[in-house]
Design a binder for this molecule. Structure first.
Ligand code: NAD
Ligand code: WQD
Length: 332
């Protein structure tokens, strides 16, 4: 099967390309490298002995995408491309709406024109918004986000539902990721944000590596067992494998499904820092600071649908996630 992977040079997309190539799929990556390094395809080749076909291209550019569809004739699409920094989305919302929505619309128009009927989309736990209690279940309402980034995911899920409602042959899987961390065990692929990281694990590894002075834990006065926020961290390789399960499902069924990809277990910020210290043997210099605006106290997934529908569960432990994140920063 020929799979067009938008955003395939990014953190989750690159790991998914490895799984695709290792399982006999052909991968065609379209990525404009706005948040990825040019050598990612070389790294994928080092791991798999094969490389994806690569187009350095903006997915928003519909004419360019038409040419790629005409040449490559993909059987399915996995749509990772998008901007993803929550804080930045509040300062430059129009850029987020333009990029995330236009890229999706140009992609779907090409799918329609070229008869490509299967799409797996990178949605997020953020679509559950501030009012649903954890564990999040797919049947909960998903019509409130707390930031422009989150709204792009809510809107795109709706666009995909409308797209599928108008074509009974379409198959759409909206995968709602929780908090992916970890890296490929080779140390060749991982999460390598430019500048100061927003997310917890990239921040922890940079403090441990001596590149940043200290971690600030955003609040220890939440109504949680140790006062810090709880999240459902999952290994990026488990997450990548979930995409293959979603593609298999989409090949056999039409219609739209939303599926949570998480472990179903929550870890506090303190617990994650301690697990990292245990796995790496390195102390993480930290202080407790105030709450970060917009953070919710506790988020974790109900994963029963992923298991029942896709036959997928996240297998890797928090220790493996921490060890692989640390291995990546030391190999870079
Ligand atoms: P990433 O930034 O590493 O990967 C996204 C890739 O898309 C990058 O390589 C970037 O260069 C590319 N891109 C962005 N806009 C593009 C465009 N218009 N045309 C072509 N390429 C473009 O992010 P990631 O962590 O791998 O996330 C992948 C997807 O999963 C995103 O849609 C993100 O919103 C979603 N997601 C991520 C997380 C997370 O915590 N990492 C959680 C939930 C959902
Ligand atoms: C995790 C926990 C922080 C940094 C974000 C997006 C979400 C999804 C995943 C895309 C929180 C705490 C963090 C730090 C800290 N992305 N923290 N000190 O906020 O759960 O989710 O990424 O869809 O939409 O919102 O992830 O890694 O930023 O934070 O104490 O320096 O770590 O308060 O409790 P978050 P995160």
């Amino acid at each position: 099967m020929r799979v067009l992977v938008t955003g395939g040079a990014g953190f989750i997309g690159s790991h998914t390309c490895v799984e695709l190539l290792n399982h006999g799929y052909e991968a065609i990556v379209v990525d404009n490298l706005c948040n990825a390094k040019p050598d990612v395809m070389d790294r994928i080749e080092k791991i798999c002995g094969k490389r994806p076909t690569f187009y350095c291209q903006d997915v928003c550019d519909r004419e360019a995408m038409r040419e790629i569809f005409a040449k490559e004739k993909p059987d399915a699409v996995i749509h990772f491309a998008g901007l993803k920094a929550v804080g930045e989305s509040c300062s430059i919302p129009l850029r987020y709406y333009r990029n995330n929505l236009d890229s999706t619309l140009s992609l779907l128009e090409c799918m329609q024109e070229f008869g490509c009927k299967k799409i797996v989309f990178s949605s997020s736990a953020t679509v559950y918004g501030p009012y649903n209690p954890s564990p999040y279940v797919e049947s909960m309402p998903v019509n409130t986000a707390t930031n422009p980034y989150g709204w792009t995911k809510v809107f795109i899920e709706q666009i995909l539902r409308d797209f599928a409602a108008a074509d009974s042959e379409l198959s759409v899987v909206n995968l709602r990721y929780f908090n992916p961390i970890g890296a490929h065990e080779s140390g060749l692929l991982g999460d390598d944000p430019d500048g100061i990281p927003n997310n917890l694990m990239p921040y922890i590894v940079r403090v441990a590596a001596g590149q940043l002075e200290k971690l600030t834990i955003f609040g220890d006065d939440y109504d949680t067992p140790d006062g810090s926020c709880i999240r459902d961290y999952l290994h990026v390789v488990d997450l990548a494998k979930g995409h293959l399960k979603a593609l298999e499902y989409a090949s056999k069924h039409c219609g739209v499904e939303a599926v949570n990809l998480g472990t179903g277990r929550g870890q506090s910020v303190f617990e994650l820092v301690e697990a990292f210290e245990k796995a790496s043997g390195v102390k993480v210099n930290r202080i407790v600071g105030g709450r970060r605006e917009g953070d919710l106290p506790a988020i974790w997934a109900d994963t029963s649908k992923a298991e029942a529908l896709l036959g997928w569960t996240a297998d890797k432990t928090v220790e493996e996630m921490c060890a692989d994140s640390w291995n990546f920063v030391n190999h870079k």
